[in-house]
Design a protein around this ligand. Sequence first.
Ligand SMILES: [Zn+2]
Length: 90
Amino acid sequence: MKDHEIAKFVNELTKQANAFQGYQSMRVALSSVVHKHVVFPECKWITEEGEDYYDTECGNAWMFSAGDIVNNSVVYCPYCGKRVKDKSDE
Ligand SMILES: [Zn+2]
């Protein structure tokens, strides 16, 4: 291989490597979106201080006769079936 051919080859490899890195970071970003919306979609529940019910992200309300999401062992929203995420403390 001549010098200019090697330079061209290295240039091409660099382009491929950059494209691959772009692909990899896109893959990571996509995977986190898929994970959040498809694998473990969440329904955010919010309760205000002093209220005894939760407003659900899917537009409903839920009330426990006692306790909260955690000590009632609630994992999935009964309305939309997504995982319940308590957003009250955030
Ligand atoms: Zn829901």
